[in-house]
Design a protein around this ligand. Sequence first.
Ligand code: TYD
Length: 143
Amino acid sequence: MQYQGPQMLEFQEMGDERGHLVVCEGEGRDIPFDIKRIFYIYGSDRGIVRGQHANKETEFVIINVAGSSKIKVLDRKGNEAVFILNRPRTGIYIPRMIWKEMYDFSEDSVLLCLASEHYNADEYIRNYEDFLKIVRENDEETD
Ligand code: TYD
């Protein structure tokens, strides 16, 4: 699996009369990378905006396993998209160097994040102007 940009992923639901079960296997099966880290975000009020960063190294898949939220993504070319996450079997894949913001959390929102790399604060770009600068510099190098 090789995706150019942010992309919705639909996972198979293997439920039966006892309830639902969704499996996310790494290494290109359901998740396009080897999962090295998981974390989850909950207890954020509706007015809160989280994220507001881009990652130089890490790819993510983000799933609202409970509740709902929205995620706005902005790629290096300035393309902006908003994804609504409101189903445990739907995730969004976020490649490297995508500016992302999560917001509009429902009270019961639990946002599960699967990451391709261990945590390293140095690979986070937390300033939007810095993100644009790095993107422009990289584009000039590849021109
Ligand atoms: P932050 O990246 O600001 O959260 P969000 O993207 O949801 O807004 O992370 C909050 C704090 O947690 C920050 O001090 C860094 C720390 N943190 C880790 O130590 N390890 C991790 O894997 C993550 C995602 C965050």
